[in-house]
Design a protein around this ligand. Structure first.
Ligand code: ADP
Length: 349
């Protein structure tokens, strides 16, 4: 998607527990439309801005070698050295790139050895917050609600953005109360996050990849696995406390009384119960933290979401249900790229 004569001026990287996120800016000499894909790249898309283009890419952290090759190719490292002044200027960006996420520490030596690149480290929480603030203020149609199968973009009033709760669902989950630019506090978190879904999904189902696991959850029926209020009450509601017969009383609870082996359960049903359990739990903890600080808006980011309807629906319903409609769950178009965008923007500092 990028011609070889494109000049990359800035690049930033976020190396997380599961995924590596990359953002780079190129001034195009030709046209570079659309989200082309290169070998080994999980997802890549381009956004036109100013006189250049912002590119997004992600890789699995376990396949860091593919990422290194990609960077080498994109930065044309070790390629033919032309000596015009613009490329001299960009040489600086080829030897140092902004980096965040734990892997920025873990892989420092690898980047130096394989690419001759030093990673200029930025704090992960700082990056998440500045990335989210930037997206919410600068990008048209970034935040949206998801209710009853309807995606609806939210107009953000810049003067009325703070405070809000930022919930980043990556491998683990961070909950951050944001009060302004650079003003925030990590108020909570949970280790039951995207890594849990993927890890347990790998153990319980025959999924071949994360996307496959998500796809299966789409087709499954959680009632086969979860114990519902109706299962306990013999098909009727427990109306006195507002529980309908289809409310989940116990995630995976139905399995206990079944005389079945794991192999006898459908992967689709297991994937769906697992996704439901984790999304619901995150929605509920998020709501409790919003309540704790009187926050009305909760923005959810991180690559766990993947724009997946069932995930967003479960989280939104949990927030809506527990807050009795008081708090709103909102999702972000650039969900998984908050941290790396924050790192990218730290060039401005
Ligand atoms: P981290 O920085 O911890 O890697 P991310 O925001 O990148 O966090 O989210 C990682 C999570 O996203 C994974 O744990 C998994 O649940 C989910 N995920 C989404 N897409 C993929 C994918 N293609 N491969 C692996 N995990 C994915």
């Amino acid at each position: 998607s990028q011609s070889s004569s494109d000049q990359i001026s800035h690049m930033a990287i976020d190396i997380g527990g599961s995924l590596i996120k990359l953002v780079y800016f190129s001034r195009s000499s030709g046209s570079s439309r659309g989200g082309g894909s290169s070998k080994g790249v999980d997802g890549e898309r381009n956004n036109a801005i100013l006189d250049g283009r912002l590119h997004f890419a992600r890789f699995e952290t376990t396949k860091i070698d593919i990422c290194l090759e990609f960077i080498k190719f994109r930065l044309q490292l070790g390629g033919c050295g032309d000596s015009n002044s613009e490329s001299k200027n960009s040489a600086r960006y080829k030897s140092v790139i902004k980096a965040t996420g734990g892997g920025a520490y873990r892989f420092t030596d690898l980047f130096k050895e394989k690419l001759g690149i030093s990673l200029d480290k930025e704090d992960e929480m700082d990056c998440l917050v500045s990335g989210a603030n930037f997206l919410l203020k600068a990008v048209h149609q970034e935040a949206f609600t998801y209710l009853n199968g309807q995606k609806e973009f939210v107009q953000i009033d810049h003067s009325d953005l703070y405070p809000y709760l930022l919930v980043n669902i990556g491998s683990g989950v961070s909950m951050i109360k944001v009060d302004g630019d650079g003003i925030f506090e990590r108020v909570s978190g949970t280790s039951v996050g995207g890594g849990t879904f993927w890890g347990m999904g790998k153990l319980l189902t025959k999924c071949s990849s994360f996307d496959n696991l998500l796809e299966m959850s789409h087709k499954g029926n959680n009632r086969v696995i979860d114990m519902l209020v109706g299962d306990i009450y013999g098909g009727t509601d427990y109306a006195k406390v507002g529980l309908t017969s289809t409310t989940i009383a116990s995630s995976f609870g139905k399995v206990v009384s079944d005389k079945k082996e794991l192999a006898e359960y459908k992967s689709e049903d297991l994937a769906r119960s697992l996704l439901r359990m984790i999304s619901n739990n995150i929605g509920q903890i998020s709501y409790l933290n919003a309540l704790r600080f009187g926050l009305k808006r909760i923005f959810f980011g991180g690559f766990f979401i993947r724009g997946h309807e069932y995930t967003m629906d479960t989280i939104a319903v949990a927030v809506d249900y527990w807050s009795k409609g008081e708090a709103k769950a909102m999702f972000l178009q650039h969900e998984g790229f908050l941290g790396v965008l924050g790192a990218f923007m730290s060039y401005e500092k």
